[in-house]
Design a protein around this ligand. Sequence first.
Ligand code: JB3
Length: 219
Amino acid sequence: MRCVVLGGGGHARVVIDAIQASGEATTVAILDADRSRWGTELQGVPITGGDDQLAAVLASGVTHFVVGIGSVRDTGPRRRLFERASACGLTALLVRHPSAVSSPWARMGGGSVLLANAVVNAGATVGENVIVNTGAIVEHDCLIGDHVHIATGARLASGVRVGMGAHVGAGAVVRQQIVIGEEAVVGAGAVVVRDVAPRTVVVGVPARPLEIWAGRSIG
Ligand code: JB3
């Protein structure tokens, strides 16, 4: 399979690495919004132009794509890029680094990336265009919506539900059966023991909505 990676920054590095290590596809091109990068390479893959090249890339025999931009809070740009490439007729590639563990009893949607040492356990369902970043754990029977980012080293205990487009920050811990709403943000290192409402930012141990901290020093 021949694939294109959309975005050529830090996240793309690890996505390309995982694709190469898995051997399941060949990354033949990168498209990046930054014109100054066009004509250069990232890890041996040429950056050939911007997203207006998607149709030409498809016509050249490329069948698959992966969104190679990450997110540290707002997952919207990743969602829009996924929808644009899908609308062009490209198929979203599921990427699994060979050191990652995904149960045969888990379901993973197209365009999702499971990076090195990540785990998705039995009965979990992971939507489309999800990042399960390096060393993150999605325990059994979790339900992860489309375009979610489970950041590096985050751990979701069993039965956690994460709504579409939410971001779970690096090293966060989420207790069993918790529900995290759509486009919510869990801060890095937070410990979530109560449900998180949609489009809410929670931080700390135990995690609380960010407004609670307003005007106070949190050290
Ligand atoms: O925390 C970790 C382990 N990784 C972070 C990742 C999840 O998110 C990483 O450290 C960064 O914070 C971030 O990675 P990302 O998105 O690769 O960021 P950056 O290194 O800044 O590269 C973004 C690239 O995407 C740049 O080259 C942009 O020009 C390009 N870009 C932005 N918008 C786009 C678009 N490229 C395309 N094709 N289309 C766009 O709409």
